[in-house]
Design a protein around this ligand. Structure first.
Ligand code: PAF
Length: 281
């Protein structure tokens, strides 16, 4: 496995690989890697000749300074994990390397970036678009893999690529959510939970699994959102920020009877840790 800290040598290496017609897969991460990230690496390994993983805690996507400072970092363990899982190239740039000057680009993507996380974390998706567009531009992968836990992020990245990167010919590939045995969606933020909060967190996925059952039995949008609010409120550690039932492509809210192509997204504070999860109906 080769490690790169700078853009120029990484680009040179990738150009040499591409000249040998090697297919490149890419997984963008902010480090603190877990089995969810590794499942993306495994998929990339299966579908490409070379897998590139980036580790970069992107400051422009944090709308809260404390959240950025608190974000878990463990680069040495990340490198070992990637080595053990047959990653070929790791890119670990500094903030100065990625942002030699302030990135003032504003991505206008309409409602897909304005609802849910867009509403509760203003500026978050603009920062995601800034960094993802830079990374896709540098690496120019054939396939870029993103986990569906960040369901809206995938829709935003797809919209950004379509509108702002017409020359990008790679695929944005969504990958299923990885869960712990008890259902909790894997997230770097889970490491912030104390044992009691970790126990409480299970109620989030349990609620979503029940929602799927309700929807299969014909429940309406209102019945489902009422149920989520009530169920999450039964645990004193949990505080629901939002529950939204949205069209799985446009992410616009769905009302009344549910179509099959909807996604239920929730954001829940478990103590001070903000957790997101979703389920496709
Ligand atoms: O999903 C993440 O970890 C980040 O938003 C990403 C895609 C690596 C961009 O910083």
């Amino acid at each position: 496995m080769e490690i790169f800290y700078e853009i120029t040598p990484l680009k040179k290496k990738l150009a040499a690989l591409k000249s040998q017609s090697k297919k490149i897969g890419f997984v963008a991460t902010m480090g603190a890697l877990h089995a969810g990230h590794i499942s993306l690496v495994e998929t990339s390994n299966r579908e490409n000749d070379i897998t590139v993983v980036s580790i970069f805690v992107n400051p422009t996507q944090f709308n809260n300074k404390e959240d950025l400072e608190k974000y878990p970092r463990n680069t040495e363990a990340d490198i070992r994990l990637l080595e053990d899982n047959e990653c070929d190239i790791v890119f670990i740039p500094s903030v100065e390397e990625m942002y030699p000057e302030e990135d003032t680009r504003v991505f206008e993507l309409g409602s897909v970036a304005e609802v849910m996380e867009g509403k509760f974390r203003p500026g978050h998706f603009n920062g995601v678009c800034q960094i993802v567009s830079k990374l896709l531009d540098i690496i120019s992968p054939d396939n870029a893999y993103f986990g569906q836990k960040d369901y809206q992020q995938i829709a935003v990245v797809k919209a950004m690529v379509k509108k702002y990167m017409p020359k990008f010919k790679g695929n944005i590939v969504p990958c299923p959510i990885k869960r712990e045995a008890d259902g909790l969606a894997l997230s770097s933020r889970n490491s912030h939970l104390n044992p009691e909060q970790r126990k409480s967190a299970v109620l989030i996925s349990k609620t979503l699994f029940k929602v799927k059952e309700m929807s299969d039995n014909g429940a309406t949008q209102k019945e489902i959102t009422d149920f989520v609010k009530k169920n999450i409120a039964t645990d004193a550690n949990l505080c629901l920020e939002y529950v939204e039932i949205a069209d799985k492509d446009t992410l616009l809210p769905v009302e009344g009877n549910l179509p099959v192509n909807a996604v239920v997204c929730v954001t829940v504070f478990d103590g001070s840790t903000r957790l997101i999860d979703n389920i496709l109906l």
